[in-house]
Design a protein around this ligand. Sequence first.
Ligand SMILES: [Zn+2]
Length: 362
Amino acid sequence: MGLGLQPRLARAIFPLSCAAARTLAPRQLAVLTYHRIGTPAELGPAASVLAECTTETFAEQMRWLREHADPVDVATAVAILDRRQPPPRRPVLVTFDDGYRDDLARMRPVCERFGIRPVIYLPTGFVGTRRRFWWDRVAMCIKLTARSSFRAPLEPEQLLPLGSPAEREAATELLLPHVEHLAPGAQEELIAVLEERLGLGCTALADEPVVVGWEEARAALAWCDFGAHTITHPRLSTLAPEALRREIAESKAEIERELGAPCETFAVPYGGAIDYTEEAVRVADEVGLRVVFSLEDSLRTPRASGRCWQVDRLTLNEVQDAPGLAAKLTWPKVFVPKWTQILRARLEPALRALRPSAEGAA
Ligand SMILES: [Zn+2]
C-alpha cells in the first residue's frame, strides 16, 4: 500500500513543521489518544486494527514531542485548563485508553526515556481480570479460525472469504463497527454466533489478565497516571440515568481507593459526539471530575460545565509517523478538520490515476 496524500505532504513539510512547532502552533492544550502500540505479532490474536502504531514509531513520535513541543502530565493539563498555571509554548498531553497490560510494558521505556508522563484510562471492571473486550473477541475468532470463509451474521448475511491475512483483516474491519452499535445483550449473542460459526469455543476469558492489575497500576504510578474510563466500557449515550451515574462515579471512586491518588479526569468510551451526552458531563462534574475527554479528533476550545472541562482529543490512527504527528499538531487547520478527509477522498483517486506507478512502499 502506498502512502496517502496527507502522510506524503506531512513528510514533505517535516522540516518546516519542526521549525514552526513552538512558534506558529496554537498555544492550546493538545491531547493525543493512543489505544495500543506494537506490531500485529506483539498484539497477538487481539484486534490489531486498534493499534495506532508500532513501539518504534511511538518512540519517534515521543522524541519529536520532547524536542519540539512541551509534553505535560495530567495534573499540569488540568492546571492549564483552570488557568492556574500559564501554558508552555506547546502543551501536549499523551493519553492511552483501555489499560492493556502488555502495552504498559511497551510504552514504559519510551515514556521514561523521553520524560513523558502519560495518563492511562482504565475500565475498572476489567482491571486485574482475564475478561476480554468484545472487539478482541471478534478479532480473535476471525484470526484464529481454521475456516477459509464464513457466513457473517450481518444484515443481510454475507459470505466472507478468510483465505489470506488481508481478507481476515477486511472481515474484522467490516464486523467491528457492526458489533459496536449493538446493545450489550445483542452484542453477546452475535459474538456467540461468530464463535460457533468459526469453530472456536468461548473466547470471553484470556489465559492471562488483559488489563493491568491494581498492584501493577500502583507500581506504575512512578511513571504514569490513571484516569477513569467507566466500569464496563458501555456507550454512555445508551444508559439509563442510574447506570450512567454508577459507571462514572464508581470508576472514579475505585481508582482513587485502589491507587490512593486523585482521579480527576475521565475518558468517554468510544468518544464520539454520539457516544455521550450533556447529562454525562453534568454527572462527571457532580462527582468531582475536572475533565471529560471525548475522542472527536478536534482542537476545539475546551467548554466548561460547572467546574468540569469538556475537552476533545486528537485521534492518531491515520498518523503514520513522527512527521504525521508534527503536521497534525503544527498545522491543525490543515491536518485536523474533517474537511481534509473529504478533500483527500476526492483527490486521491485523481492523484493515483495521474501517477499510476509513483506509489512507493509504505
Ligand atoms: Zn476505550
